[in-house]
Design a protein around this ligand. Sequence first.
Ligand code: FAD
Ligand code: NAD
Length: 465
Amino acid sequence: MAEGSAGYDYEVAVIGAGPGGYVAAIKSAQLGKKTCIIEKESVGGTCLNVGCIPTKTLIKTASLLWQMREASAFAIEGVPDTLTVSMPKLQERKKAVVNQLVGGVKGLLRGNKVDLINGAGCFVDAHTLQVGERRVSAEHIIIATGSRAIIPSFIKIEGNNTLLTSTEALDLDHVPERTVIVGGGVIGVEFAYLLNRLGSAVTVLELLDHILPMVDTEVSALAQKRMEKDGITFHLGVKVLRVKDNAVFYDEGGNERCIQADAVLMAVGRAPNTEGLGAESIGVQFDRNAIAVDENMRTNIENIYAIGDVNGKVMLAHTASHEGLVALGAMFGGHGTINYDHIPSCIYLEPEIACIGLTEAQARERYARVKVGKFPAAANGKSLVEGDTDGIFKVIIEETYGEILGVHLYGQHVTEMIGEAAVAMTGELTAEELVNAVHPHPTVNEALSEAFMSAVGRAIHSLMA
Ligand code: FAD
Ligand code: NAD
């Protein structure tokens, strides 16, 4: 094998081929560096195999089923009332989508001359990894081992249960009649939406007094109201204590209560994957259970970096990918840092949620002069055409200079438009500048522009202050 720099096998070795690792490996190769990527399961990581892509594929079918059932509202006649989803066929479609994307990433790695090494990587020293029988040395090493679902030890599991994490819930070959979901975060709420649409009676148990802790509470309250209207039950401010024979026991204000289910989905968070990696043994420092990094994604060991879920900062696919570029920039020059206040986050319900930056509560804590602009989806022509006017477009700006602090959207297609806010915030555009950009008609996107108009003065198409 031709050697990389300084006598190492490779200039860059990446452990883990999720959206953090594979993007970093491709970028490294594009910079002309001899690169390998080590993967113990499937290229594409959580995101492509058991995360973003399979969930959205299942959600697409669930949403389509609902829309077809509502077709008479759009003057379509003759739709049978017996429409159902074939779970085996849906699983086939999911596998086809996943396989196509995984194949695409493998092709990109090959095309960029990244060596793919199958197996689990484990540190021998700061420049050497053991992968099965093979030793691989590298000048720089990027840890991108991702995260896994947790079932916390404080929730006791007894008897015979159909206990699922998101991974098993993605493989269901039938829809449980009654599902209890423990945790009302993003995973809990997306699966609540999915399973409800597919016909399960869904109950969500959440510790906090609101769902979706990372979302502006005005938006999360509206989303909860809509999901309740669609038949999902929420119990908030409750603590799940144990699960026995598919009965979920929880504490509500000091009283123990119980709900019987046919399946229980645990969605109480994810933990970084560091078991078996040997990072502690070579002296890599941790921040609780995540690998500690600086703003360049560098660990306390100079040639070792950690990106994506394993550094525990923001567990999103696009964050992992961007952090990979930041790490490569730190090694070889060229790419800046990452601003964690400018990372968009999307939740795939009907309507969708998309947000970026500070919530109103966070903005009021950090800034003296805050102005909030809002525009209701009900006043947007395209939302009416789409047949769903639930939603709100909310923007938060710093009043003196018009700096955009946060954008929180709940409406049709909003996951496709939050990128505009990301560009505006990264480019440090003011609210006035965003209003000066012409937005096309008729689009839902106009409502975003109107929300900014509301923040800097008055929206044209709303009497809301
Ligand atoms: P991962 O994607 O977890 O990849 C890590 C890889 O490393 C894995 O392939 C693993 O097998 C491998 N690995 C681990 N240890 C070793 C080792 N020792 N040696 C070799 N290989 C190893 N994010 C979004 O942005 N949008 C979404 O819509 C979204 N939906 C999600 C839905 C679900 C159900 C879940 C669970 C997550 C979702 N996420 C979503 C989060 C997203 O999947 C993760 O943030 C993202 O995959 C993290 O990328 P990563 O590269 O850090 O790690
Ligand atoms: P989370 O941290 O977002 O939510 C977990 C929820 O469980 C919290 O609201 C918490 O209060 C609650 N909880 C904890 N213990 C409880 C108990 N005993 N009883 C009741 N409730 C309890 O975690 P998650 O939903 O598992 O998601 C994990 C990660 O995956 C997130 O960081 C998210 O970014 C990522 N993800 C993103 C998307 C997306 O971007 N669309 C989709 C899925 C997952």
